[in-house]
Ligand binder design. Structure first.
Ligand SMILES: [Zn+2]
Length: 492
């Protein structure tokens, strides 16, 4: 990977080391493009393209971080100096000094699996693709139509003072279509479909163009919206909840992913995204869910937006368990948060970084983030099997609204689409669907997990965290899950 850029970074890193820096890392975003196309009722009403190349430098000096960034090629030396100055200033007031135990030099390259790059598809072809789907969404009961496509390509080079060197070429594509209708009471209803996969395909334009993953869902959501518009309201009551992956991904994201971010557990997000009910002494003993719940983090799915090869401090991604048969065993973590957690606990809780140090761009420092958080498929058969084994239940799909406790201890979700199950059969559609619960009680009521055939890799393009806010993309591999005695609907 040695080239002119890496030599310049190497010289600057060595210069700062001579000035007293304990650790330095630098990321060059040689290419960072973000293209958004949005269509409303057949009219392209947004087309934005952001290109953000630049350099971000992080310095550890006497236990304090300093960070600086620049997009000016003539500013490289100044940027390194500013990062060191910031770290020196912070070191005057630091409470608990940050430690980064030294790691060995290594070198990694990673490229997302791609057949056709987004930049190789013309603007007019992309708009024509959207217009074709917009035509499919038209129907007498559909009052409004929307669609959004996002294309991302990044080329990131990383070098640190330990000799870790990574080069990554990352591609992401996100697609969403939606329709809106009005019922006879004047209530507004929405049905949407997002681009998804089973996690093992590619991430180029061919993913979006695969009709099974996106375009074909236009007919399905039209049918489901028409059912919802004439459906009765969901009656309040406790019942079994069969959660489809289109809803399960956000349930898992909000009540397993976020509370297991180690910086949150350490209290660093309290003033912004919130804290976590999980404590350092919860690991290894907290029963988070029934023994049917096993959850992994990392790079199990090659075409997930959270699979990036390495994180933004050079740690190679691996797949590891967060929850093992219901017991909490690990967290989403970075090198410094692992070190701090172990020091605060007075014992080794975490033996390695979870490779979750991620930043949204060159001008933000990495923080502990979700990578991919996946529920492992179970042994309870197909969706049809799970329905057949349900006496009194509801099938729910797609988030409409959500409200989560700031420590993630409880939640309430509204959903776009619901179907009632009686004595093993679907008996009809209901509208105004919702459910609520306490996180640990809810996952301990998990009674069935579908097999591999029920698993979908759901994409998240807008996870927000940090101050200033950093928006990041990731994925969740989620099978069908069934929970018991769940409060559903709204009390009159
Ligand atoms: Zn999030």
């Amino acid at each position: 990977m040695k080239n002119e850029k890496s030599q310049i970074l190497q010289e600057q890193i060595e210069r700062l080391a001579k000035l007293g820096a304990d650790y330095v890392d630098a990321r060059i975003y040689q290419f960072d493009s973000y293209e958004t196309l949005r269509m409303f009722n057949g009219v392209l009403d947004e087309s934005t393209a952001l290109l953000e190349p630049g350099l971000g430098v992080r310095v550890l000096y006497k236990g304090a971080w300093g960070f600086a960034a620049t997009s000016g090629k003539a500013e490289i030396e100044k940027c390194f100096d500013r990062a060191l100055q910031n770290a020196r200033a912070a070191s005057e007031i630091v409470g608990l000094p940050i430690e980064m135990p030294k790691e060995d030099a290594c070198s990694h390259t990673y490229k997302s699996p791609v057949e056709r790059k987004y930049s190789d598809v013309s603007f007019s072809d992309k708009v024509a693709f959207m217009s074709d789907i917009d035509e499919k969404l038209k129907a007498s009961h559909v009052k409004q139509r929307m669609m959004q496509l996002i294309f991302q390509e990044m080329n990131i080079y990383f070098l640190n003072s330990e000799g870790k060197e990574t080069s990554r070429n990352l591609f992401n594509v996100f697609g969403k279509m939606g329709i809106f209708g009005i019922d006879s009471d004047g209530g507004s209803h929405r049905r949407t479909a997002d681009l998804y996969s089973n996690g093992y395909g590619t991430r180029g334009y061919e993913m979006l163009a695969n009709p099974e993953l996106f375009a074909n869902h236009a007919e399905r959501i039209k049918k489901e919206l028409s059912e919802t518009l004439v459906a009765p309201k969901l009656e309040y009551g406790k019942r079994s909840l069969i959660m489809l992956p289109g809803q399960g991904f956000l349930q898992v994201h909000e009540t397993i992913g976020h509370p297991l971010e180690l910086d949150r557990i350490l209290g660093y997000e309290l003033s912004f995204a919130g804290g976590s009910f999980v404590k350092l002494d919860s690991f290894g003993k907290l029963r988070y869910g029934s023994d049917k719940l096993s959850v992994s983090a990392g790079c199990a799915y090659p075409n997930s937006p959270g699979t990036t090869g390495c994180d933004d401090e050079g740690t190679e991604q691996r797949t590891y368990l967060l929850i093992d048969k219901g017991i909490l065993v690990n967290a989403l973590s970075s090198r410094s948060s692992v070190c701090e957690a172990n020091r605060k606990a007075g014992r080794t809780i975490f033996d390695a970084s979870g490779a979750s140090a991620r930043s949204t761009s060159f001008y933000r420092p990495p923080i502990d983030r979700m990578t991919n958080v996946n529920v492992l498929p179970g042994n309870d058969g197909t969706l049809a099997d799970i329905i057949a084994n349900t006496e009194n239940g509801i099938i729910l799909d797609t988030p409409l609204s959500w409200s989560i406790g700031s420590n993630r201890e409880h939640f309430h979700f509204g959903c776009e689409y619901g179907q009632i199950v009686k004595d093993g059969k679907i008996t009809g559609t209901v509208k105004n669907t919702s459910y609520q619960g306490h996180t640990l009680d809810f996952y301990n009521s998990l009674s069935a997990v579908g097999n591999e055939s029920t698993l979908e890799l759901r994409q998240v393009e807008n996870c927000g965290k940090g101050e200033p806010n950093q928006v990041l993309e990731l994925g969740h591999g989620i099978p069908v899950m069934k929970f018991e005695n769940v409060i559903t609907g709204e009390r009159k």
